[in-house]
Design a protein around this ligand. Structure first.
Ligand code: HEC
Ligand code: HEC
Length: 301
């Protein structure tokens, strides 16, 4: 059964192990990129993936209904998690009946109760990693680019509580850094920024058509419903994994192979693409995820 919205079906993203931060040229770390993204975060459309009664409702207040809209929309949770047979993501834990399992998880993790476990799952995803999954895969959803507010996090927690457990908004105690605010929570330290401002239109052209000597990405990947499915759908990859990961995936695809896929991505893009073209592709993937296409590159860069 599939009452999941197209945005969810498209998005098979997420998963897989540690980011190999080895691509020296591109890992010139400059603090500030995510700060800039934070200013644009309001542009990420929150209601796109909402469904049922919650469709179109603005994410205000704390209730399972609001949390449902966050889960299937702005929170991008459904890019990685399904709930029972709703949603299409397969590579991260299915959260069916999660509300009924959290007390036992809390005991295993040495936490006070199930609600504390849900808070911890979102605050520090690597603290307690579900068996068989990598703790690096789940983003901190209170930080850019997803930047859920404190109330949106409370709402999504009540939604998870409602999956087989008891809804108790009053029991939710968020650490101060999860409270967010207008423009989102503070940027993580050590945030990375691209090297040049890319041209999203040229990136799209390269992605769709390639050029002499460069195969089109669309021969294997889908963006916005168009392309092939040899590799993962890349529509929202910039939101769930970030720009640094995208660049390293292009220039060093073997560094981290997405689980469930064959390692068939050509390994020579770093040789056949120019640095500018790599940034054009990044700009295109930023844009497809609703992020500023310049990726916060330095003014005039
Ligand atoms: C990029 C993929 C990704 C996204 C986006 C994501 N998660 Fe996760 N999540 C994971 C992975 C992988 C795990 C398992 C590893 C771990 O426990 O950290 C996980 C674990 C969890 C757990 C613990 C599950 C359990 O069985 O104990 C909860 C709860 C959770 N996620 C909720 C959410 C919510 C709510 C959102 C959206 C606000 C979200 N996740 C977004 C990948 C993701
Ligand atoms: C011959 C098929 C093929 C081509 C062409 C190809 N890719 Fe891939 N790509 C894959 C496969 C398969 C994976 C997943 C396995 C892996 O991680 O290596 C992947 C993974 C990725 C990822 C990581 C996705 C994720 O969800 O984590 C990104 C980003 C990416 N490719 C971007 C590109 C871009 C940009 C181009 C064009 C310049 C491109 N790919 C061309 C097959 C391809």
């Amino acid at each position: 059964m599939s009452d999941a919205p197209a945005a969810v079906d498209r998005a098979e993203g997420g998963r897989r192990g540690a980011v190999a931060a080895k691509v020296v040229l591109f890992t010139l770390a400059v603090i500030g990129f995510f700060v800039l993204v934070g200013f644009y975060v309001a542009r990420i459309v929150g209601s796109a993936g909402a469904s049922g009664a919650a469709a179109g409702a603005p994410a205000t207040g704390v209730s399972p209904e609001v949390g449902e809209a966050v889960f299937w929309g702005k929170g991008k949770c459904s890019t990685c998690h399904s709930l029972g047979d709703r949603g299409s993501a397969v590579r991260c834990p299915n959260l069916l009946d999660i509300g009924g399992h959290t007390d036992e998880r809390a005991r295993a993790a040495g936490l006070a109760d199930g609600t504390a476990y849900l808070v911890e799952s979102l605050h520090d995803p690597s603290a307690y990693v579900v068996a068989g999954y990598s703790g690096d895969t789940m983003p901190k959803v209170f930080q850019p680019p997803i930047s859920l507010s404190g109330d949106e996090i409370r709402a999504v927690i009540t939604y998870l509580q409602s999956q087989g457990g008891t809804v108790d908004a009053a029991a939710i105690q968020l650490p101060p850094d999860m409270e967010g605010g207008p423009g989102g929570a503070p940027a993580p330290a050590g945030a990375w920024k691209p090297y040049l401002a890319g041209d999203a239109a040229n990136g799209e052209k390269l992605f769709r058509q390639g050029r002499t000597g460069v195969p089109p990405c669309a021969a294997c990947h889908t963006v916005a419903g168009e392309g092939a499915t040899v590799g993962p759908d890349l529509t929202d990859v910039a939101v769930i994994r970030g720009p640094q990961y995208i660049i390293s995936s292009i220039v060093d695809p073997k560094a981290e192979v997405v689980s469930g896929y064959q390692p068939v991505m050509p390994p020579n893009f770093a040789d056949i693409l120019t640095v500018r073209e790599i940034h054009d592709l990044l700009a295109y993937l930023m844009q497809s995820a609703g992020l500023p296409p310049d990726g916060g590159a330095p003014p005039g860069g």
